[in-house]
Design a protein around this ligand. Structure first.
Ligand code: ADP
Length: 151
């Protein structure tokens, strides 16, 4: 069984993440969306909210699982028997950042990182911009799946 871990903060999930997950399930038997828990980081949405936004967006897709994890991503991959890490690339800055992480992970484990180029129509979207739009009462709904609801 080919299992890929798609790690991130997903604060909140955006249409960019959604696109990568949808395309990921064509390549893998299972895509595990893994929300990393970092005690140092301040989030806009609680862990439960971030998890349920993703679960709701993929409720009819049995190949997508949503979990939370702490610690090194490669350790978690080994724990759940995921042979691949899935990441999205938007631009050269993403590439440089991801390259260093992927090389490190490859040095420390046998896990392969698979990169998908974002769809052109979602390549400008980031969770941090979505949070700015939300904070300033803009129409965030065009940037995220319908499951993301701000109370
Ligand atoms: P992180 O805290 O790791 O940056 P994110 O939730 O922002 O977590 O991103 C998780 C993954 O989704 C990363 O691989 C990132 O490059 C990818 N990603 C983020 N936004 C987009 C987008 N608009 N299109 C494609 N991939 C994206």
């Amino acid at each position: 069984m080919k299992r890929a871990l798609f790690p991130g903060s997903f604060d909140p999930i955006t249409l960019g993440h959604y696109d990568i997950i949808k395309r990921g399930i064509k390549l893998f038997d299972e895509v595990v969306v893994a929300i990393g828990v970092n005690a140092e980081k301040k989030y806009m949405f609680s862990l439960d909210e971030r998890k349920s936004f993703i679960e709701e967006a993929f409720k009819n897709q049995p190949k997508v699982k949503v979990v939370t994890y702490e610690g090194l991503t490669i350790d978690f991959c080994e724990k759940i028997d995921a042979q691949f890490i899935l990441r999205g690339l938007r631009n050269p800055a993403d590439f440089e950042f991801e390259k260093a992480i992927a090389h490190t992970n490859r040095r420390l484990s046998k896990i392969e990182t698979v990169f998908l180029l974002t769809a052109a129509k979602t390549s400008f979207i980031s969770s941090s911009i979505v949070r700015d739009v939300i904070r300033n009462n803009g129409d965030y709904t065009v940037l995220v799946p319908d499951s993301v609801v701000v109370k």
